[in-house]
Write a protein that binds this ligand. Structure first.
Ligand SMILES: [Fe+2]
Ligand SMILES: [Fe+2]
Length: 484
């Protein structure tokens, strides 16, 4: 049975009575009024699902009433017009003002009922569409966040996406530290000094309140909120603020803050609902990323153990992997690459010779120089290493560097027909560090040379075997470590 509330506005009492009787019998709740003015008052005071109004009435006419409903009451409540003066012009005019249905007097009970059913059905479809539309950002963000496993990029994405969907002027994400304070991890629109950590205690400020109460908070200028929060908003020129807790398995992990400044539209409850759902997705993505990081950490641990197993086979190369990782990281930092790339290059440094696992002892441990066949077998180790690492989830970038780590800058010795800057930066860095390591270490068949002699050699081969830019950065790094 329908139970929608219908308001009928007509100054003809017979029409009011018959229409309300027809609709009540059909199961609707009906209220009748006999003037446009009363209709407007009723609509402002109560909740209605459909309005049926006459056009020609003494006092406020139907057209004015429709206009006022659309302006002051509701942009989408369905309105049906009843008129005894049915012309196309009247129908068009009422539709223009925002009516959805039109009934001509005299009408049958069936005509009235089907008009009402029709506008309700159309309105339901429109509402459903809007509801589905509201899910689009959630789906899009979900897709984006769940595919992001790097924690820093993920934090940045959460801030960017939530700010975009709510047209916020400022957005920030604070995570809960072990000491119980909230620390700023990512932000947009805030003037933040990157050297100073922004911390809040639980209970302190707006974000601290949300962390303490684990409830979303919507603050607008007219909200009933404590004076200190109002003053805080004013001092930061915030007109409207939205603050949502990020909770994973009932444990608070952080708080997302969004704010709009003086000139923008304030946040609404539907913004709060949307961002709350987004924060739920963000929480899952954060948990995913943490688990992934943990798995990666275990992975790297296992592989590093493998690398040290190779070193154990050859006591002359003890500590080579970790020294290589440190040198390579130092050069990568010097060359100003991203944190993510630095991490990849560090890992590649540890694992670059993992392929030596496939080299027989009599070649790997040979005291004396290798013959031609042995050199050829030894040269397989970058490819073997690349294959081992390629099979490991998340180590594709490391595998590619390992594969190229013996490729000369001029293209000689390479596997992938790459030369110059086409060779991955990590591989160009490892090549320099590896040569330096080999020259400055003792081997069964040779003595170590001094750091300055090794640097001279690197410079000699700069441009042919090595990338000149990397050689320069490597020498700068040695200077920095006061090794020269
Ligand atoms: Fe190697
Ligand atoms: Fe090596």
């Amino acid at each position: 049975m329908p139970k929608e509330n219908i308001l009928i506005v007509d100054d003809e009492i017979v029409i009011l009575n018959t229409s309300s009787e027809i609709l009540r019998r059909a199961g609707y709740n009906v209220i009748t009024v006999s003037s446009g003015e009363d209709g407007y008052e009723q609509l402002k005071a109560g909740e209605f699902d459909v309005v049926i109004t006459d056009i020609k009435m003494s006092g406020m006419g139907g057209m004015t009433l429709i206009k006022k409903i659309r302006e002051d009451v509701s942009a989408d409540i369905p309105i049906i017009v009843i008129t005894g003066h049915g012309t196309i012009d009247t129908a068009i005019e009422s539709m223009k003002q925002g009516a959805q249905g039109f009934i001509l007097k005299p009408f049958t009970p069936h005509e009235l009922k089907s008009s009402v059913e029709d506008v309700i059905r159309k309105n339901d479809i429109i509402k459903e569409n809007l509801r589905l539309k509201a899910f689009i950002p959630i789906f899009e963000m979900n897709k984006k966040l769940l595919s992001e496993l790097d924690i820093n990029s993920l934090l940045k994405s959460i801030v960017e996406e939530s700010s975009r969907y709510t047209s916020s002027d400022r957005a920030s994400l604070m995570l809960l530290e072990d000491d119980g304070s909230l620390i700023l991890k990512a932000s947009i629109g805030l003037e933040v000094d990157s050297d100073t950590a922004i911390r809040l205690k639980i209970g302190e400020g707006i974000a601290g309140w949300v962390a303490e109460n684990r409830e979303p908070l919507l603050l607008n200028e007219d909200s009933d909120i404590p004076q200190n929060l109002k003053d805080m908003m004013k001092s930061q020129e915030i007109r409207s603020a939205l603050c949502i807790p990020i909770i994973i398995k009932e444990k608070l992990h952080g708080v997302l803050n969004l704010s709009k400044t003086t000139d923008s539209q304030p946040f609404t409850h539907s913004d709060m609902e949307l961002v709350s759902v987004l924060c739920g997705q963000a929480a899952i993505a954060l948990e995913n990323s943490r688990l992934y990081g943990r798995v990666q950490y275990i992975y790297i641990g296992i592989i590093a153990t493998l690398a040290s197993a190779i070193e154990a086979r050859d006591p002359y190369t003890a500590g080579h992997a970790i020294r290589m990782a440190e040198y390579s990281k130092g050069v990568a930092v010097k060359m100003g690459v991203s944190d993510r790339e630095i991490e990849t290059i560090y890992r590649a440094g540890i694992l670059h010779d993992i392929g030596k696992i496939g080299i027989p002892d009599h070649i790997l441990l040979k005291k004396g120089s290798l013959n031609e066949d042995e050199v050829r077998i030894m040269r397989d180790h970058p490819e073997i290493g690349g294959k081992i690492l390629d099979k490991m989830d998340g180590l594709g970038d490391v595998a590619a560097i390992v594969r190229q780590h013996h490729t000369y800058f001029d293209g000689r010795n390479g596997l992938d027909n790459t030369k110059g800057k086409e060779i991955l930066l990590g591989a160009r860095i490892i090549a320099v560090a590896d040569a330096f390591e080999a020259m400055t270490s003792v081997r069964p068949y040779k003595k170590a040379i001094s750091v300055s002699e090794a640097v001279k050699e690197l410079k000699k081969m700069s441009g042919s075997q090595f990338d000149p830019e990397v050689v320069d950065a490597f020498v700068d790094m040695l200077n920095l470590k006061e090794m020269i």
